[in-house]
Design a protein around this ligand. Structure first.
Ligand code: UDX
Length: 470
């Protein structure tokens, strides 16, 4: 098929590269000429493991990039994957969606049935808006010349390729039979996972090939739009929940690592998204919960669980700062070294991260802050220009002469650091590991005072519990 993906951010570039890999002639379209030039030179416009390799393998072959909307004329399917940032009131700003819809309408081929797919996370009802804008700018009729479909993305940054090729589910919201048939044909290659094994040379990932068959779920458009928000908000609630359990476990002397493992053995609960942290953040959960809450207010439909999850998450950021305050007492004039600025590892995404809240709170009480992140420092600096902090090229520098080390993001390289050497450069050997990720027993053995989250005093993160053969 001929595919156009509008937007070369996380959604557009990953989706485009995936369909090109499956053999579809795919054009990534962006108004930003710099990003387009980058893709055409075989490079990824975003940091995402494996994406550079995929783009360089398919560019000029089945993958193309352009700033020119003429590409829409040839398209069987046009994906809209542009940004939907939050407005100050929490609602999603749809201006980029509207621009894209207008431009699609202006360039659509009247002699060809085109399926327009909303892949960006958009409020319920946006498909109707897109359809009406296209009708106005093209003078063509929805469901005669074109159809609009909702196909939300569920990509996790850092695992986007795994999620695009091996998703749990593909959700298609469509009210038009012709569009449904185009979409099911398009997703054949992904749904029929056995194809991966035949083509495994092309896929080359370290991921296990052909082991997971995704569920292909068809529904109406509004339900599909809602599924995306309902899923992300649920995951945010799940993390807030385990973080609250961590706070209580810590006071009561239980170990949240064992609590989460024991809970996760119940298949109704599941073992994923029960990892304690200084709170969820990133480009999706804060934005999506804010939009859902803003919409619920407009329709007088209270979402108290989600509301509480957001408040609880903010409390989790403060809980981390309070823990350091308790340890160091006055933070005035103390230096804190921070490991990790991105909202999770394997991404350069430093938008709205835990670090930005926590660092602000630390500075407010007089602390000096030194930071390190393997990928996120440039973006963090750009987004937080007013923050007076020291950006360090390596973790060792961020640890020099600090009164406390605070691990916020669990990058593998922090586990592999020479901690013995770091011990010699810190002023005080205190580490707060907010992901319970480091080897606490080892750190204590070499002389660090190491704490995690949700673990009662004098307990290590090493699980005391385990599955036992009886
Ligand atoms: C999320 C959804 O998972 C994805 O399906 C959707 O399409 C986009 O939003 P993403 O924002 O990339 O993906 O990250 P995710 O892996 O979900 O993590 C979000 C935040 O929650 C991160 O800050 C992460 O560190 C935190 N988290 C996640 C926890 O604190 N504990 C967990 O157990 C899991």
């Amino acid at each position: 098929m001929n595919i156009v993906c509008i937007g070369s951010g996380y959604v557009g570039s990953v989706t485009g590269a995936a369909f090109a890999t499956l053999g579809h002639r795919t054009v990534v379209l962006d108004i930003d000429a710099t990003k387009v030039a980058l893709i055409n030179s075989g490079k990824s416009p975003i940091y995402e493991p494996g994406l550079d390799e995929l783009i360089s393998a398919y560019i000029g072959n089945t993958l193309f990039a352009t700033t020119n909307y003429d590409a829409v004329r040839e398209a069987d399917v046009v994906f809209i994957g542009v940004g939907t940032p939050s407005k100050p009131d929490g609602t999603a700003d749809l201006k980029y969606i509207k621009f894209a819809a207008q431009d699609i309408g202006k360039h659509m081929n009247p002699d060809k049935f085109t399926v327009i797919v909303n892949k960006s996370t958009v409020p319920v009802g946006t498909a109707d808006l897109v359809a009406s804008i296209i009708e106005e700018s093209s003078n063509l009729r929805c469901n005669t010349h074109f159809a609009v479909v909702s196909n939300p993305e569920f990509l996790r940054e850092g695992f986007a390729l795994e999620d695009v090729f091996f998703p749990d589910r593909i959700v298609i919201g469509a009210d038009n039979e012709r569009a449904k048939s185009v979409m099911s044909q398009l997703y054949q290659g992904i749904v029929n996972a056995h194809n991966y094994e035949e083509k495994s040379a092309d896929f080359y990932f370290e991921y296990k090939l052909g082991t997971k068959k995704p569920q292909y779920f068809e529904t109406d458009i509004k339900s599909a739009e809602m599924i995306k928000y309902a899923s992300n908000a649920f995951l945010a609630v799940k993390i807030s929940y385990i973080n609250e359990m961590a706070r209580l476990s810590e006071v009561l002397g239980a170990n949240i690592m064992d609590v989460a493992t024991g809970m996760g053995l119940d298949s109704r609960i599941g073992n994923k998204f029960l990892q304690v942290s200084s709170g969820w953040s990133g480009s999706c959960f804060p934005k999506d919960t804010a939009e859902l809450l803003a919409t619920s207010r407009k329709y007088s439909c209270e979402l108290s669980v989600i509301e509480a999850s957001v408040t609880s998450n903010q409390r989790m950021h403060s809980f981390v700062v309070d823990k350091i305050k308790r340890k160091l007492q006055s933070l005035n004039g103390k230096t804190i070294g921070i490991f990790g600025l991105t909202f999770k590892p394997n991404t350069d995404d430093a938008r709205n991260t835990q670090a930005s809240f926590i660092i602000r709170e630390l500075i407010e009480v007089g602390a000096r802050v030194k930071v390190h992140d393997p990928q996120g420092m440039d973006m963090f600096k750009r987004l937080n220009p007013e923050l007076d902090i020291d950006y360090c090229d390596n973790a060792g520098e961020a640890a020099r002469q600090v009164d406390a080390l605070l691990l916020l993001t669990h990058w593998d390289e922090y586990q592999e650091l020479n901690w013995q050497q770091l011990l010699l450069s810190v002023r005080k050997p205190y580490i707060l590991d907010t992901r319970n990720f480091l080897d606490h027993e080892h750190l204590r053995a070499i002389g660090f005072d190491c704490e995690g989250l949700g673990i009662g005093p004098h307990r290590s993160t090493e699980r005391s519990g385990g599955i036992v053969a009886v």
